[in-house]
Design a protein around this ligand. Structure first.
Ligand SMILES: Nc1ncnc2c1ncn2[C@@H]1O[C@H](COP(=O)(O)OP(=O)(O)O)[C@@H](O)[C@H]1O
Ligand SMILES: O=P(O)(O)OC[C@H]1O[C@@H](O)[C@H](O)[C@@H](O)[C@@H]1O
Length: 551
């Protein structure tokens, strides 16, 4: 079977040193001019001089045989004479089309900003089930003052990790006198198990941690230990220390929990563990991050999580919350947990791959924005693209590795490592694809294509996250220089995706700058607040302590 490749001739050159021919199974190719066939893979090392018109065949089967062809006089000035197979052209076509579908030009981002600002407003107007954004009233209407004192614990149940923390707070002078924490990965089976299994695991880890309390930590005599419980899932908050689960996200589905008070579930589990501790605050991790950020900088107004999932909260004026009837806080403001992961707009650049991922997820139709931008999903999107290229353009040869069909086997840390591979031969890409999918002998141009795919998915995610932030700034009227002049707004950001993926961080920051313009963007600070939610939860436990004298 002849490859339908162009006939080679000396003028037909490729600008890079990518392999010139991809030979699948037994096939022949034709070459004009006299060339030396250099096989890239040593096991086919046979240099043979081909006299034009030359035909050669390979009995090689399986993944493509890569080779270089050069004139007898050696290298054609550093280029190889090559030809494109139809499959390669098809692969490039698919990637180009994907780039078009995922594009986020500033015009489209502005539409997303406006849609986000509108959904924020709608969500504050009423508790209608139809609201995309839950806009959860957090019952946090006072943020840390710095006067907090004493020993407080925090427990942070996230999408991937579960953290326990204790701090000794020393008021304005001492601030954080000492802190200790431990982090464990949540066993996957508990994400889909029973309430008792999940909460007994959490309570037992917490009880273990309490027994290791050192002498640096001091509990006032006669007091019960107090805890800030950070629960990174959509909760309908009913008071500062109670709330019922609205729905799971990020691969969790402990079914009988929906509608139940998560603090009651934790308290029952703590009792089963014999753990004597009072839950003083139930907070979303964005609210914890905001509190931790405000403890350091009084201009923190917004907190964003870009981790396994994504979400944002912000400080809203109480009189801008119509659904907050009769709950007018003395402070005049209320922290709102937007639950923006559930945002959707027709302006979002959603592709067939995103739709398929959503349809096959455990929460189809939910958290569409989160599925476009957060750490749980970026690797999975790239995997789906690679599978498409393998099926439609034989990117990795005739036989498709079975692991390429395995959902979530390619993680976002994998794609950030490949995407940020600075080695000249893209060794990280090669090793990652080999370790994850068992694919080897990947030519350089294919590795470059994989990097390009990671970039397309990451840029879209980062720019959409930036648009989400500007949507909140717009809701607050801080996307322009108001008549009160320039106001500094700090956005505290936590989460492994933002913290570890610098390319994502840079693209998000540049999207915010592009949307705001240089003058306004100078008033907005995006800062990494990597231990924010834990510290913040202890601070909120302190400010809502059963022993504090509420004025
Ligand atoms: N090196 C990395 N590059 C890109 N994303 C990463 C990296 N390391 C972790 N992440 C993302 O961060 C997520 C963990 O975020 P983190 O905030 O630490 O925990 P959680 O989401 O459980 O609160 C992981 O699910 C992963 O998607
Ligand atoms: O910290 P994580 O696991 O990345 O969670 C971030 C967000 O994940 C979303 O799925 C939840 O609905 C939010 O409540 C949460 O804040």
């Amino acid at each position: 079977m002849a490859l339908s490749c162009a006939v080679l001739n000396p003028t037909h050159v490729l600008s890079d040193k990518s392999p010139c021919l991809s030979l699948k199974s037994s096939s022949t190719a034709y070459a004009h001019g006299s060339y030396r066939m250099l096989f890239q893979d040593p096991k086919y090392a046979q240099a043979s001089i081909l006299k034009a018109p030359a035909a050669f065949s390979s009995s090689h089967r399986g993944s493509p045989l890569k080779c270089y062809m050069r004139t007898e006089k050696g290298d054609l000035g550093g280029v190889s004479v090559g030809t494109e197979t139809t499959e390669w052209k098809r692969a490039e076509g698919i990637v180009k089309e994907l780039e078009r579908q995922c594009s986020t030009p500033i015009s489209r981002l502005r539409e997303v900003v406006d849609a986000m600002a509108e959904e924020l407003r709608v969500g504050l107007a009423s508790e209608a089930k139809s609201n995309l954004l839950k806009m959860v009233i957090s019952y946090v209407d006072t943020l840390p003052t710095g006067d907090e004192k004493g020993l407080f614990y925090a427990l942070d149940l996230g999408g991937t990790n579960f953290r326990v923390l204790r701090v000794q707070l020393g008021g304005k002078e001492g601030r954080v006198i000492d802190k200790e924490f431990t982090e464990v990965t949540i066993p996957a089976n508990l994400m889909v198990g029973t309430e008792k299994e999940l909460f007994d695991y959490i309570a037992s880890e917490l009880a273990k941690f309490v027994t290791s309390e050192g002498k640096n930590f001091y509990l006032e005599p006669g007091r019960q230990r107090e805890l800030g419980f950070t629960f990174s899932f959509p909760v309908h908050q009913t008071a500062i220390a109670s709330g019922t689960l609205i729905k799971w996200s990020k691969g969790f589905s402990v079914s009988e929990m929906v509608g139940k008070d998560v603090v009651v579930a934790l308290k029952e589990a703590m009792e089963r563990q014999g753990l004597d501790m009072h839950v003083s605050a139930l907070v979303n991790d964005t609210v914890g991050t905001l509190a931790g950020g405000r403890y350091r900088d009084e201009d923190v107004m917004i907190a964003v999580i870009l981790g396994t999932g994504t979400n944002a909260c912000y400080v809203e004026h109480a009189d801008a919350i119509p659904k907050c009837q009769g709950l007018l806080p003395k402070s005049g403001y209320m922290v709102i947990n937007t639950e923006w992961g559930n945002f959707w707009s027709s302006h979002l650049p959603v592709t067939e791959f995103d739709k398929a991922l959503d349809a096959e997820s455990i929460n189809p139709g939910d958290h569409i924005f989160e599925k476009l931008i957060s750490g749980m999903y970026l690797g999975e999107i790239v995997r789906r693209l690679l599978l498409k290229l393998a099926e439609d353009a034989a990117l990795f040869g005739d036989n498709i590795p079975s692991r390429l069909r395995e959902p979530y086997v390619l993680t976002t840390p994998n794609i950030s490592a490949m995407h940020q591979d600075t080695s000249p031969d893209l060794k990280v890409v090669e090793n990652t694809l080999k370790n994850v999918f068992g694919i080897s002998h990947i030519p350089l141009r294919t590795r470059k294509l994989v990097v390009e795919l990671c970039g397309i998915v990451a840029v879209r995610a980062a720019r959409l996250a930036g648009a989400g932030i500007v949507g909140i700034l717009k809701k607050l009227g801080r996307d322009v220089i108001g008549d009160t002049g320039k106001m500094r707004t700090v956005v505290a950001i936590d989460g492994g995706l933002y913290e570890h993926y610098s390319f994502f961080r840079q693209n998000m920051q540049s999207a915010v700058k592009e949307l705001l313009g240089s003058e306004v963007s100078e008033t907005v600070v995006l800062e990494l607040s990597s231990d924010g939610s834990g510290i913040g939860a202890t601070l909120l436990a302190a400010s809502n302590s059963r022993y504090s004298k509420k004025s």
